[in-house]
Ligand binder design. Structure first.
Ligand SMILES: Cc1cc2nc3c(=O)[nH]c(=O)nc-3n(C[C@H](O)[C@H](O)[C@H](O)COP(=O)(O)OP(=O)(O)OC[C@H]3O[C@@H](n4cnc5c(N)ncnc54)[C@H](O)[C@@H]3O)c2cc1C
Length: 217
């Protein structure tokens, strides 16, 4: 069994749900779509939802050069959290109600990527995190790149917490009259809606078309 990389990413409670195996933690990052990025700023802590992407060892974030949080998060410790809710866990008593979930917390120093090639590579990874659309789109211009700030966070210090399965009730309640079980929450893509101003004859990228109606795990 894998060990936590540091004390500050070691689960203190619910340790039976802790996962430090890199492959498992990466799987949760791959299943997620939105990262909540937390930074301590001069006017107080802030946590904002953002897109992200990853390689085996690095997580990438991007935003406008003017983005206050990303600027405040450069060269300082940040905390990035990705959460997926998989269902409501309904116990016989509200005290034991819970949720099935997968979450990852990444802690580390965010660094700005200035090298043009590395920046483009990171932007492609962020763009392609959910669906590979970079190669079928117009490449970014010099001006687009100038306006975009890209940060990288090492995936050295992270933890996953995963809850699955039934409620855990007290023995005294098991024979009682109260219901217990799980209400799963599933995600799926809908039908494609082409842009209202799309010119005739432009086909939907295969990777986008392929997702329509599909379940996302
Ligand atoms: C699913 C999702 C994905 C996103 N992905 C990205 C991304 O990849 N890159 C990116 O730069 N931005 C992304 N955003 C937008 C991001 O959350 C911020 O809104 C954006 O970065 C704001 O920058 P700012 O400099 O204007 O905010 P700031 O000026 O730093 O924020 C000022 C205040 O605005 C309010 N505020 C800002 N953002 C939000 C918000 N999302 N919801 C509610 N209140 C808010 C807060 O009160 C905050 O204190 C995403 C948002 C969502 C919901």
């Amino acid at each position: 069994m894998s060990e936590a990389a540091s004390k500050r990413v070691t689960m203190r409670r619910g340790t039976n749900r802790a996962e430090y195996d890199p492959a498992t933690m990466r799987e949760v990052l791959d299943a997620g779509m939105v990262a909540h990025v937390g930074v301590a700023t001069d006017d107080g802590p802030i946590v904002l939802p953002m897109a992200y992407g990853r390689t085996d060892n690095t997580l990438f974030l991007h935003g406008a050069v003017a983005n206050a949080m990303l600027r405040a998060g450069t060269d300082v410790d940040v905390c990035v959290t990705v959460t997926l809710v998989d269902g409501l866990v309904i116990a016989r008593t509200p005290f034991h109600n819970s949720m099935n979930y997968r979450s990852v917390v990444v802690r580390g120093t965010a660094t700005r990527i200035d090298d043009p090639d590395a920046k483009i590579a990171a932007l492609k990874i962020i763009n392609d995190h959910v669906v590979e659309i970079w190669d079928t789109a117009r490449p970014p211009s010099e001006s687009d790149l100038k306006k975009t700030l890209v940060l990288e966070v090492p995936l050295d210090e992270m933890s996953a917490k995963i809850r699955a399965g039934d409620p855990v009730d007290e023995d005294q309640d098991l024979d009682g009259p109260h219901w217990a079980g799980v209400l799963p929450l599933t995600r799926s893509w809908g039908d494609i809606v082409p842009a209202a101003d799309l010119v005739d004859g432009v086909d939907t990228p295969v990777n986008v078309a392929g997702l329509a109606g599909q379940r996302r795990t």
